[in-house]
Design a protein around this ligand. Sequence first.
Ligand SMILES: *Cc1c(COP(=O)(O)O)cnc(C)c1O
Length: 519
Amino acid sequence: MVNLSRVSQESSSHRERRETRDTSVQTSEYAGVYGTKYAAEELPLYVMNQRGMPPDVAYQLISDELSLDGNPLLNMASFVTTYMDREAEALMSHAMSKNFIDFEQYPQTATMQTRCINMIAELFNAPTNMHSAADSAEERGEGAMGTSTVGSSEAIMLGLLAMKKIWQKKRRENGKDTSRPNIVMNSAVQVCWEKAARYFDVEEKYVYCSGDRYVIDPVQAVELVDENTIGICAILGTTYTGHYEDVKAINDLLVDRGIDCPIHVDAASGGFVAPFICPDRVWDFRLEKVASINVSGHKYGLVYPGIGWVFWRSPEYLPKELIFNVNYLGAEQATFTLNFSKGASHIIGQYYQLIRLGRDGYRVIMLNLVEISQKLATGLTELGLIILSDNSGNGSNGVPLVAFRLPDDESRLYDEFALSAVLRRRGWVVPAYTMAPNSNNLRIMRVVVREDFTAHRCGILIEDVKMAMKWLEDMDETTIGRYTRYLTEHGTSLPNAHSFYGGEEHSLQGKTGKTHAVC
Ligand SMILES: *Cc1c(COP(=O)(O)O)cnc(C)c1O
């Protein structure tokens, strides 16, 4: 303090001279960030420094380091949105300091969530009359039941919890044991289902994929249902191949056989595709057994990562005991989420997309993606690759992604993992992974066609795959061995993974090969 007040009394020229002589704090006024001592020092890595650094220096050094991350536009591994309008970005960055849960402080943001819930639930044909032309709230009814979440994982955890509680309640009322709930699902579920089951003590009952079936078999699924089954999960767009599972077939079997078992539809990827591309496909609340649905706003909902949604058919499927009415900052509010505080930006971003694009906007974007995935599938087929997910057709089989593999050929020295690594050198992230258990250890590669993947860039990717294959084909056995060894040794081990948790083998992916964090 003493020093500071003294400095402020000095003339500016005197101060400059003092600072150039002072080696502990250099000025960046003349030399910029790279002339400061911070550029010549290692960044704090494990222990916080006593003294901080000026914001422009911190900004530049972090931004420079991040340039080593991949380019999101070239990340074909992920469903997650990498493009939004500048206007949406502006709205979202203005809202960054808003805590969504402070309904009292930010009532308009809270209202926007309600609007999103109603609009999306209506897209999924939720049985509400909110969208009717009625003017008064009374005539309109109560509106849809749902909440925003951080992503589909949280949404799925909430969906699973609700199913478990409902099942327990019914069992208790009948004086039956409630200690061993289970859930029936495809072994190709996204890892968050395994997490949800494990975290909330629900036994996993799997319908396994086969060498040529990557979606759930409805008959097997229904046959696995027993008195302890809390529900069946059906996926609208599986993570591996993007195929839609036959929710209607499961529903009809349950109805025909008079089985009391709800369905939760995991529409993380397909929820914002199917309603626009194939509205006649019946997979949602039109089916009486569908109790809840989740969707990722940050996938084809076209919002940057950090938002998902979950909906329930009616209060009958969402027990009161899970809803907390908290009086917070002066307002009574109902919440059902795993976390309390969260940012408001993504809800605002979702509302922007819904009103800016409208149904037509979503539809034309999705139609473009279907067309581009067709182009990609054709291009890859011409290179001799085998396409596993033919979602192209009219787009009614699955989400616009292309899963493919190399043809069976004993004499070929390289595999999908090597091809993926060569593409990576050009910047493309096209993941290779081992298919779900019981699929004969099939290795596949997958390109998710997202909004920002235009036909032009698709053409460039096809050319690059062609060059990568040529490059690998020209290599002899020794070189390819050396290259593969290099890849194994320089694999993607994350720096923070504690050795105690290494070699995880309790999950499906741990046992059968990682999907390399594809989502
Ligand atoms: C992406 C995905 C999830 C997980 O969703 P997040 O939004 O990433 O949490 C779950 N299920 C399916 C089918 C997915 O594609």
